[in-house]
Design a protein around this ligand. Structure first.
Ligand code: NDP
Length: 253
């Protein structure tokens, strides 16, 4: 297999399902050696098996990136094993919707811990390696892609803390982009609308049903549609940076 990401190493967080799994497959099909990280080992092993079957290269790391030190250890293991890190897709996330009055503090903390704090830890650990990869890598450029959301551009009732996390990571991404532009580390965010994944399954009963009913009532995006957007971002020529991609289902208002 040969492709535009030959000789590069990519990390995709939250790759055991949905957008992360589809993205890992897309990057591997383009020649990247892909490290897939999440907690569910069985899902990761199945994904790695599929990528190998398709002729790609992949390794699985089962890790809870919210656990102290684990995000940093993940990045160091990758660089120790593979010698480099060219692409990071910050994708792991959780969306626990519901009225703020009824929410538990634990739900809010879970969203902040994963969508923000763990993402910062992965990013902080990865940045020096991305700068090095842009400097000496096969493409002369490295990529940091954050999976934000339409919820990072438009706030809505029952989504306050999810909005907080996604507005936050979009802003973080843009500020970082400016800092790293001259290093040829491209920092961009992709902002999906409704995608058919397991994301809504974690919403508490009583709220989940309404979200699921809405998802079932429209023609949603597939995980592969967002993987396609990420693939587009990371395969541009060295002088082209896609800073933000907002991708909604056609019928989503
Ligand atoms: P999924 O629930 O399918 O994927 C979430 C991924 O995050 C899973 O692989 C999960 O794996 C992983 N994850 C959860 N907790 C942890 C943890 N503590 N450590 C490591 N990995 C973890 O949903 P999506 O694919 O939809 O979500 C991916 C991203 O897309 C999220 O950031 C989400 O906010 C964003 N998004 C999704 C939209 C949608 O409509 N689906 C719309 C807009 C944005 P595991 O449980 O094995 O750890």
């Amino acid at each position: 297999m040969s492709g535009r990401l030959d000789g590069t190493v990519a990390l995709v967080t939250g790759a055991s399902s949905g957008i992360g799994a589809a993205t890992a497959q897309a990057l591997a099909a383009e020649g990247a050696r892909v490290v897939v990280a999440a907690r569910r080992r069985d899902r990761l092993d199945a994904l790695v098996g599929q990528i190998h079957e398709d002729g790609g290269r992949a390794d699985a790391f089962d890790v809870d990136i919210t656990a102290p030190g684990h995000a940093e250890a993940l990045v160091e293991r990758i660089v120790d094993d593979a010698g480099r890190l060219d692409t990071v897709v910050n994708n792991a996330g959780v969306m626990l919707l519901g009225p703020a009055l009824d929410a538990s503090a634990e739900e809010w903390e879970r969203m902040v811990d994963l969508n923000v704090t763990a993402l910062l830890r992965v990013t902080h650990a990865a940045l020096p390696h991305l700068v090095a990869a842009a400097d000496d890598g096969p493409r002369g450029v490295a990529d940091l892609v954050t999976v934000s959301s339409v919820a990072g551009r438009r706030a809505a009732a029952n989504s306050a803390v999810y909005n907080l996390t996604k507005f936050g990571v979009t802003a973080f991404s843009e500020a970082l982009r400016q800092e790293l532009a001259e290093s040829h580390v491209r920092v961009g965010s992709v902002e999906p609308g409704a995608v058919d994944t397991e994301l809504a399954h974690h919403i508490r009963p009583g709220v989940r049903e309404d979200t699921q009913a809405w998802l079932d009532s429209i023609e949603t995006l597939k995980a592969e549609d967002i993987a396609d957007a990420i693939h587009y971002m990371v395969t541009r020529a060295r002088h082209v940076a896609i800073n933000e991609l907002l991708v909604r289902p056609t019928v989503q208002k």
